[in-house]
Design a protein around this ligand. Structure first.
Ligand code: EPZ
Length: 429
């Protein structure tokens, strides 16, 4: 077991290079299953969710060769099974994308129900509705497995009842080699949807409209191999932007697409933070107190739910009352209890949290309740008075590359402690 020890009070300054996008990577790796040639994926973040997806590809029979920390070559032609077992599927949410890609390639897939962060109920009914509309039969099986099978996938029109990233990805994957045209209406518009479409099209697919709420996929018989570089991670970039603002710092966040950050930039500016945009970088500086502000999460291009815990740290230090409304997930405020332990004044009622800003948080033993909340806890530790210990940091490794290295390079006082086997974490320093 490991934990982070964070000494508060540092002002973060300097430059940071953003890694490839986790949520694009975990859609693009399953998409490789559909290829009829060798694929090289670059700017791949070196994170646990990517390792889990590469393990699934290997287990399915693909030849996976690491070129370096951030590039991999995958030959999916030798694939010889269509089953993703529980011990691999439970490690990440995006294991469900192997249903779409295996179905698209072989007409059958058997995948265990996916894992991932716990935000309450995380249904996949819209994914299954899409597969059914394309002509597949969905059968729940024992031990949480789902089998999806068809003789032939045939394009169809599908209206999503919820704007779902996962369902949009899964239906795109299944439809790429289907006969005829598939239309996804009320599709998700996130940057990772566009990146997946670009990768599929690089392999010879015919996907149009990604980034709008209507995506049209004309089925093709074959896909070639491809070399593809993943987009920068919008949420990692936003997280370091918030870290700059929280610590009264000055950080230039490099290798970003500023357009993807607009909703985050707009809220930071509303809070009195200075954000300067360049072609592929943003510079974030704060010299004034943080103004209170209301934030509501929305599907893209709205304020991302995956930035909700990080912005909460800023609201807990703002100069008045702020309201934070979550509209995407039922239960994404589990971390609030941890912030309260640090002195934050927050009341949660359902999907709404009301913050009464305080001048400074105080260190406390806390835990990462999920991936993004874990990063928020690091930011809270950086601004708090005293030494904060953060447990359950394995959540953070799922989605952020070189966490302590990147923070340390900006001047943060953060270190990782490995607890010896059998030692209770509360006994260790
Ligand atoms: C993706 O999850 C992301 N994960 C999440 O990021 C992100 O929070 C979420 O999209 C929203 O942006 C990946 O891309 C791997 P959804 P996903 O399907 O696809 C409802 C992170 O921190 N819904 O867009 O699982 C659902 O209950 C992670 O990186 C249905 O009702 O989310 C939710 O309310 C955490 N039926 C809403 O739609 C369905 O079949 C959005 O879910 C599917 C979803």
């Amino acid at each position: 077991m490991e934990k982070f020890i964070v000494n508060g009070g540092c002002r973060l300054a300097g430059e940071i290079e953003i890694s490839g996008a986790k949520n694009a990577a975990v859609a693009i790796l399953p998409a490789v299953v559909l290829s009829d040639g060798l694929c090289r994926i670059e700017n791949l973040p070196n994170i646990a969710d990517v390792s889990a997806s590469l393990e699934i590809l290997s287990m399915l029979g693909a030849q996976v060769r690491r070129i370096n920390k951030n590039a991999v070559e995958i030959d999916p032609r030798p694939l010889n099974t269509t089953v993703v077992p529980h011990d691999l599927a439970r490690r990440m949410r995006a294991s469900s994308y192997y249903i779409g890609s295996l179905l698209g390639r072989f007409g059958t897939a058997r995948v265990s129900m996916p894992g991932g962060c716990n935000f309450g109920v995380r249904p996949i009914d819209q994914h299954l509705k899409g597969f059914t509309a394309l002509g597949a039969e969905v059968s729940p099986m024992e031990q949480g497995m789902i089998e999806v099978t068809t003789e032939k996938l045939i394009g169809n029109s599908i209206y999503l009842d919820a704007v779902s990233v996962g369902a949009t990805v899964n239906i795109m994957l299944a439809a790429v080699k289907a006969r005829g045209t598939t239309v996804i209406e009320n599709a998700a518009k996130e940057p990772h949807i566009v990146d997946l479409a670009n990768f599929l099209n690089t392999m010879g697919a015919d996907v149009r409209g990604a980034g709008t709420d209507v995506i049209k996929i004309r089925g093709v018989d074959q896909l070639t191999g491809a070399t593809y570089s993943i987009i920068p991670d919008q949420i990692e970039a936003g997280t370091f932007m918030v870290a700059a603002a929280a610590t009264g710092g000055d950080i230039t966040v490099r290798n970003v697409i500023p357009k993807h950050l607009e909703s985050i930039t707009a809220k930071l500016m509303e809070m009195g933070v200075q954000v300067d945009e360049y072609d592929d970088a943003v510079r974030v500086t704060r010299t004034e107190p943080i103004h209170h502000c209301n934030v509501k999460t929305m599907p893209h291009p709205g304020f991302p739910t995956d930035m909700q815990p990080q912005i909460a740290v800023l609201l807990s230090m703002a100069d008045g009352t702020s309201i934070l409304t979550e509209t995407v997930w039922d239960n994404r405020f589990r971390y609030v209890e941890e912030l309260r332990r640090m002195g934050a004044q927050v009341q949660v009622d359902g999907k709404v949290a009301v913050f009464q800003g305080i001048s400074r948080l105080t260190a406390a033993p806390i835990k990462a309740t999920d991936l993004r909340a874990g990063m928020a806890m690091i930011i809270a530790g950086l601004v708090a008075k005293g030494t904060t210990e953060i447990e359950e940091i394995y959540h953070i490794e799922r989605g952020y590359e070189d966490v302590e290295k990147k923070f340390t390079a900006l001047g943060a006082d953060i270190r990782r402690v490995t607890l010896p086997d059998g030692v209770l974490s509360s006994q260790a320093v």
